[in-house]
Structure formats: C-alpha cells, structure tokens
Ligand binder design. Sequence first.
Ligand code: CP
Length: 291
Amino acid sequence: MKKNLFSLRDLTNEEIFEILDEARRFKRGKEYPVKNKVVCNLFFEPSTRTQYSFNMAEEKLDMKVINFNCQTSSLNKGESFYDTIKTFESFGIDLFVIRHSKTRYYDELKNISIPIINAGDGMGDHPTQSLLDLFTIYEEYGHFDGLKIAIVGDIKHSRVAHTNIEVMTRLGMECFTSGPKEYEEACYKHIPLEEAIKNMDIIMLLRIQNERLGSSEHLQMSNAEYLKNYGLTMDKVNKMKEHAIIMHPAPFNRGVEIDDDVVECDKSRIFKQMTNGVYIRMAVVKRSLGL
Ligand code: CP
C-alpha cells in the first residue's frame, strides 16, 4: 500500500524501527532498483541537505527524478501551490517529496492521490530529519531508552525540535531544551546549558531560524555574545561526558551556535547525520511507494 509521510506522530514505534532497520540494510549495501517509478521533488523553501540527499537516495534506487524549480515555474504567473501539485499529479508522477514554508501545507493536498513525503513544513515537522537523527543515535548507543538529550538554541521556530522531542520522548529518551529564553517553549523541560554540557549523552544544537522570526523576535546580541552564552566552544566540549556526542541538523553558523573547531571535533556526528540521511530517505521512499 502506498503511504504518505507527513509527521512521525502518524507512525507507531514499530513502524519507526522498521524504517531504521531498512536504512541499516541500505547502509550495509542492500540494492533495490525501482527503475519504472518517477519521483518529483518540489522544494518551495531553500534546502541543501534534504533536497539533495533525497536526490541521492532516489538515484541509488535507480528512480527517475524530476526536480521542480520554483524560480522558473508558473508560480511566478500566479499559479497556486495546489494547482502546481495537481499539475504534476496529472503527468503521472508516482511520488512527491515536498518542502513548504507553510505549517501543515499538506492539509491543502487532500485531493491528491499520489503519496507525499513531507520534507519539512514551516514550524511543523521534519520527519526524515528526525529519522536520520534517530538512526545516528541508535548507531552510537544501540538503544534509546534512558538516553538524555538537550536541544539547544531556537526551539520555538524549529520543526526539527518539535518532531524530535515528540518521537524521542515516545522512544524512552529524556529530552531537555536550553538556549535564549525568548526561543524556549514552556511545554518542554528547561536545563541550563552548563548543566546540560556535563550531564547529557547528546547535545543537539540548532541555529536561530532567522527566516521565521517576527520583526520583534530578533535578539539584540552579537554573534560572539551568542556563542559565549548559548553556543558550543571547545572549552565546553571538554566538559562533556566521555561518550557524549554533538549533533546539529545543519545548516550551522560557525562562530554563532557552534565554534569553528567544534564542527569536526571527535564528538561531532554532524556529517555522519548527513550520510545517514541518504539511507533513511531510501527507506522512506521505498516505504511510501508501498514496496
Ligand atoms: N537539515 C536540513 O533540513 O537542512 P536543509 O535545510 O539544507 O535541507
């Protein structure tokens, strides 16, 4: 059966583990050619990792890939989001991968019968990012239960934080948030950064989501001050637990939420997350096609 993937809230823990297991098989070299299917990637919001790792995953599955170009499309002549998607459906596409700045954009697409994978919706969800984060954590620790994670930075505007906290809590992890109080959310457990550095198994950094801030939401703080107060420097990394790791969904801003020399330090798993994203997306694409 063909399946949408809008949010991880729609998946049981068992279904999440099935995707992680399939991603592991792909990482170990499993081949699964899907030669006769056409996927269309439509990114209405900028992306490097998600868009091109979906591309890579689809190429590895031997699919035919169409990449929609927002800038040169008839959106510029006033065509709507819905009519754009409906147009591609009429071409006979087999699968959509869609990113859009509107939270829950997929509510507008109830009439579309082709499966849709959500590649990020506004401040809502980023399911494939969370799956690749889970995959990276599982590779590191071999379990989720009892692990402690602090997500540090702009929690309020981050779909990655929202998706991760829901699914990680459900899988038995203890989730905390830290960062500027302006960007915290009262529904989550706050932890001061110094305490997080000493006690967490995972520190996940987030950039300030400048593109989603209202005019009154920008911090009056230099990059150097932000780094000192809320960012990760090697001084702080040296106080982390021996086995603890650093993650970041990226893009990261060197010298703001993460210091230059932390990006590729021993504890950083940032580029491993990107590698794992390809295998997670292979697993998700195969699942959505009902294969
Ligand atoms: N992590 C992530 O979603 O990165 P992109 O915005 O580059 O896709």
